[in-house]
Design a binder for this molecule. Structure first.
Ligand code: C2E
Ligand code: CA
Ligand code: CA
Ligand code: CA
Length: 277
């Protein structure tokens, strides 16, 4: 029994060791990626279905690993969030976004650029100051920038977040509640934070045309958003049926494959120029 225990223990040791090594190597790969500026923005248009014009775009990170392999956020964002590396990734991403979109003469449009942040970032005024400085130094107007803050993760200090959001507001930057309805805090966040819009998660949009008996959840989120006087954006719109349903229920800002996938800069710039005509 003693020997079997010993062997088992050794295996556990090996497995744990393997996991630690893998994590460590992901950590250093991300760090290298930050230095080499391998994190690049993709842009997904958000459409105003009322006039079929672009309301703005969401910036979605892609990891151009070793300049040859494109890695999507699901494979590194969870770790980047946990380890805090997300802060440096975001800074690289914002820098790049501002340079690319400035070159399109973005300022002349009225389009919004929506950037994802994790709660931790919004609780850190110093790091947000740096981001705001970057924005002010660019040709993009602060009122053309919005931050999306996911409800999947909770804030540790809601008061701090509230004060940073007020600071951003004072600069003209709005904050949107992302993945609304999927997480911990819709009600308390909306009660305590100065949020301007609500992004309805794909999970609820998916119900349209597939699980119609569950549509009361989507309908309630929409009613809630209306009552709160918030701007609403639906994400993950894939079909005409979904788009029509949302429009009929007053949600005219829509984002999803039905309109466009996230695009790399060259494609997005064509899309943007076409839209500006
Ligand atoms: P999210 O913020 O909810 O972003 C929407 C995700 O849905 C994106 O996935 C987008 O490509 C995808 N999507 C958009 N329309 C459709 C559609 O019609 N059908 C389907 N099936 N998917 C659609 P992506 O780019 O893989 O990003 C996944 C998540 O990773 C994001 O979810 C966000 O939580 C996180 N993320 C992405 N970029 C960043 C970033 O720069 N910073 C942070 N903190 N998180 C990011
Ligand atoms: Ca988002
Ligand atoms: Ca979202
Ligand atoms: Ca989502």
């Amino acid at each position: 029994l003693f020997i079997i225990g010993g062997i088992l223990g050794f295996f556990v040791f090996l497995v744990i060791n393997f996991h630690i090594k893998r994590k460590l190597s992901l950590h250093s790969l991300i760090e290298k990626g930050i230095i080499r500026k391998e994190f690049i923005p993709y842009y997904q248009p958000i459409i105003n279905v009322n006039n079929n014009k672009m309301y703005g775009c969401e910036v979605l990170v892609r990891w151009w690993f070793n300049k040859k392999e494109l890695i999507s956020p699901d494979d590194f964002i969870p770790y980047a969030e946990k380890s805090g590396l997300i802060i440096d990734i975001t800074n690289v991403l914002i820098e790049k976004t501002l340079i690319q979109l400035s070159s399109l003469n973005w300022k002349k449009s009225s389009a919004i650029i929506s950037i994802n942040l994790v709660p931790e970032q919004l609780e850190n005024k110093q790091s947000m100051r740096k981001v705001v400085d970057l924005i002010i130094k660019s040709t993009i107007l602060p009122k053309q920038i919005a931050f999306e803050i996911t409800e999947r993760m909770s804030f540790t200090d809601l008061d701090k977040a509230a004060s940073v959001i007020d600071y951003l507001k004072a600069q003209g930057i709005n904050v949107k509640l992302d993945d609304a309805g999927t997480g911990y805090g819709s009600f308390s966040y909306i009660q305590n934070l100065n949020l301007q819009s609500l992004k309805i998660d794909k999970m609820f949009v998916d119900m349209i045309g597939t699980h119609d008996h569950k549509l009361f959840v989507l309908d309630s989120i929409i009613a809630f958003g209306k009552k709160a006087g918030m701007e609403m954006i639906a994400e993950g719109v894939e079909t005409k049926q979904q788009s029509d349903y949302l429009l009929q229920h007053g949600v005219y800002l829509q984002q999803g494959f039905y309109f466009s996938e996230p695009l790399k800069f060259e494609q997005f710039s064509r899309y943007f120029k076409e839209d500006q005509r």
